[in-house]
Design a protein around this ligand. Sequence first.
Ligand code: SF4
Ligand code: SF4
Length: 196
Amino acid sequence: MPARPSLKRVPRATFLGRAIAGNLGALIVGVKYFIDPNRITLLYPHEYIKLRQGYRGYIVLIFDKCISCASCARICPARAMKMVTMEVKDKKLNRAMKKKYPVINYNRCIFCGYCVDVCPTEALYHVPYHDLVYLNMQDMILNVEEFQKEPEFVTAKEGVPVTYVFDEKRGLVKVSVEESSNQGSSSQPAGGGGSS
Ligand code: SF4
Ligand code: SF4
């Protein structure tokens, strides 16, 4: 019969010991990332991510291009867009008539961009913002007039535009957009659709 190995009993850490070790570990990780020269935390609103052209951000309606086909509202998977009836003056017929135009509810929109893609007259386009702040839920439901305006009070515009690039030695690195364009092709923008 083979000899049985003797098992050593590992001393159990006390609750106090575990708490001290856990907190010390967390503090060390915090300090390490705080002084890391490659820190990638976005210091919003002092910095903001410059989104690429064509990024699926907020949507704006070009009223004169809309032909009231309702394709945008029909395709919307989140039921964020719907058609509302408005009285407009028909320039050709020179008389008032009722037509339908889309409005959007940003409480529901998932920024999929289907409505923009499906529009046959390019009456909808994206603007490169996806994190606007509203004071209440009601303000997120735009009427036809509001839907035609690009966002004006964008806090992010006041900060420094930054982007994330992938560097072979340092990994993911945050750089200002100006620095990124000076570097030219030496670094590749990271990710699929976040920054330019
Ligand atoms: S982006 Fe998508 S979810 Fe938002 S309104 Fe358009 S189709 Fe609907
Ligand atoms: S798909 Fe375009 S043209 Fe048709 S209703 Fe929507 S915005 Fe207007």
